[in-house]
Design a protein around this ligand. Structure first.
Ligand code: GLA
Length: 404
C-alpha cells in the first residue's frame, strides 16, 4: 500500500516536472484570423459565425487557414461568484461553448485571448492568479489556441508568467497552441521556444508601409519598421516556435501592391499568417493574395527557415529563404514608388545562408524560376532574370533545382 502511494507520488512529480507546451503543434507557421485589427472589442456571436462561414465560402479554409481567434473584449467586466470568467452576455448570449462548437462544425479551430496581468489591455479580467482555473475553462469549451497578452503585469517576470500559463494549459490535457504576446520587451525569442509556439516580436502593427504612430509609452509600427526591427532574430524561429510579426493588415486599406509585399514578407519571414481584415467584405484582390497557394506553400515549407536580406540596393531589396530539397524562395521588393527594372545575373550574386549553411549553386545546377504571384514559369538560372517591378510591389519567385 505504502509502495503504491510512493509510486503515485513519484508519478505525479514526474508529471509535474515534465510540464511542457503541447507537442507537435505549429510545425509550420500557424494560419488563421484574429478579430483585433478590424473589430477591437466590438465582437459578438454573430460576427464569429459569419467569419467562420466566410472562411469556408472564400476558400480561405481550403487554402490552409485554420484558427479563428477572438481577441480582447469577449468577457464580462467581472468574474462570477466562483471566480470563473464569464463571456459578455450581450455579445455572447448563448455562452462561449456554443460559439466554439459552431466554429468546430465548420472544420476550423477556435482561439481565445487573455492576459498575464490583472486586467487585459482593454480592461477586462486578466488571468493573474487564476491561470489553472482559466485554462480548465478554456479546455472545457474546446478552445484550441490561447493568445496571452502582457498588460498590467506589475512585478511579474515575463518568462515565469508564461511558464505558469504553459503549465496550466498542459494540466488540462488538451493540446492548446500557446501564442505569447509580450511585444518583444523581454526578448521572448530567447525563452519562447520552451514556453509556447509563437511570440510577438514588437508592439502592435498598423496598416501602413513605413510609418510609426506614437501612443505615449509605445508606438504602433507599419510593415517595414516591424521587419527592420526584428530581421536579425531569425535563428530563434523554426518548426514549433515562431517569431510572430503580428496579425496581418492585408485588406485593411493599403494599396494592393503593398499588400502583396506585406503578405510575401510575412511568408518569407516564417511569421504566423493571422489575417486581421473583415473576411465578410474582403475584395477579390485581397482574397486572391491571401489564398495564393503557391505563395502559401513557401510559408509552409517544412524546414521553417526565416528569410534573410540577401541584398539591399536602396530601391531593390532581395530577401532569400532556403527551403527543403534544395529549393529557394526570393522576394524581390521594390522599395521605391517608381517602377524599377531588374536584370539579375545569378552567377554574379552568390547566394549563401550562413545560418543554415545552405547555398544556391548555379554553377553546379540549373534552377527553374517560378513567378508565384503570377503563376508563370520564367527563365532558368542560366539566363539573367529580367523584370519590371511596379513601385512598392514585389516579384516573388521559387527556384527549383533541375537535378535534385
Ligand atoms: C495588445 C496586443 C494586441 C491586442 C490588444 C487587445 O495591444 O498587442 O494585439 O491583443 O492588446 O487589447
Amino acid at each position: 500500500m505504502k509502495k503504491g502511494i510512493l509510486l503515485l507520488v513519484a508519478a505525479l512529480l514526474a508529471l509535474h516536472v515534465s510540464a511542457q507546451k503541447a507537442e507537435n503543434l505549429a510545425l509550420t507557421p500557424p494560419m488563421g484570423w484574429n478579430s483585433w485589427n478590424t473589430f477591437g472589442t466590438d465582437i459578438n456571436e454573430k460576427l464569429v459565425k459569419d467569419i467562420a462561414d466566410a472562411f469556408v465560402e472564400t476558400g480561405l479554409k481550403d487554402a490552409g487557414y485554420e484558427y479563428l481567434v477572438l481577441d480582447d473584449g469577449w468577457m464580462a467586466m467581472e468574474r462570477d461568484e466562483n471566480y470563473n470568467l464569464v463571456p459578455d452576455p450581450k455579445k455572447f448570449p448563448n455562452g462561449m461553448k456554443a460559439v466554439v462548437d459552431y466554429v468546430h462544425s465548420k472544420g476550423l479551430k477556435f482561439g481565445i485571448y487573455n492576459c498575464a496581468g490583472n486586467k487585459t489591455c482593454a480592461g477586462y479580467p486578466g488571468s493573474r492568479g487564476f491561470e489553472y482555473q482559466d485554462a480548465k475553462l478554456y479546455a472545457e469549451w474546446g478552445v484550441d489556441f490561447l493568445k496571452y497578452d502582457w498588460c498590467n503585469t506589475e512585478n511579474l517576470n515575463a518568462k515565469g508568467a508564461y511558464q505558469t500559463m504553459r503549465d496550466a494549459l498542459h494540466a488540462t490535457g488538451r493540446p492548446i497552441l500557446f501564442s505569447i504576446c509580450e511585444w518583444g520587451d523581454n526578448d521572448p525569442w530567447k525563452w519562447g521556444e520552451e514556453m509556447g509556439h509563437m511570440w510577438r516580436v514588437t508592439g502592435d502593427i498598423i496598416n501602413c508601409w513605413d510609418c510609426k504612430v506614437g501612443h505615449g509609452t509605445w508606438s504602433s509600427l507599419g510593415v517595414w519598421p516591424i521587419i527592420k526591427l526584428r530581421k536579425d532574430i531569425r535563428k530563434y524561429s523554426g518548426p514549433g516556435h515562431w517569431n510572430d510579426f503580428d496579425m496581418m493588415e492585408v485588406g485593411n486599406g493599403m494599396p494592393v501592391g503593398q499588400d502583396r509585399v506585406h503578405f510575401a514578407m510575412w511568408v518569407m519571414l516564417s511569421s504566423p499568417l493571422i489575417m486581421g481584415n473583415d473576411l465578410r467584405s474582403a475584395s477579390e484582390e485581397t482574397i486572391e493574395i491571401l489564398t495564393n497557394e503557391e505563395v502559401i506553400a513557401v510559408s509552409q515549407d517544412k524546414l521553417g527557415i526565416q528569410a534573410y536580406c540577401h541584398s539591399d540596393e536602396g530601391k531593390i531589396e532581395m530577401w532569400a529563404k532556403p527551403m527543403a530539397d534544395g529549393e529557394w524562395a526570393f522576394a524581390i521588393v521594390n522599395m521605391s514608388e517608381e517602377p524599377v527594372e531588374i536584370d539579375h545575373d545569378w552567377s554574379w550574386h552568390p547566394v549563401k545562408d550562413d545560418l543554415s549553411g545552405r547555398s544556391l549553386s548555379v554553377e553546379q545546377n540549373e534552377y527553374t524560376i517560378r513567378d508565384l504571384y503570377n503563376h508563370k514559369d520564367l527563365v532558368t538560372t542560366k539566363k539573367n532574370l529580367k523584370a519590371t517591378i511596379p513601385g512598392h510591389d514585389v516579384l516573388m519567385i521559387r527556384l527549383t533545382p533541375k537535378k535534385k
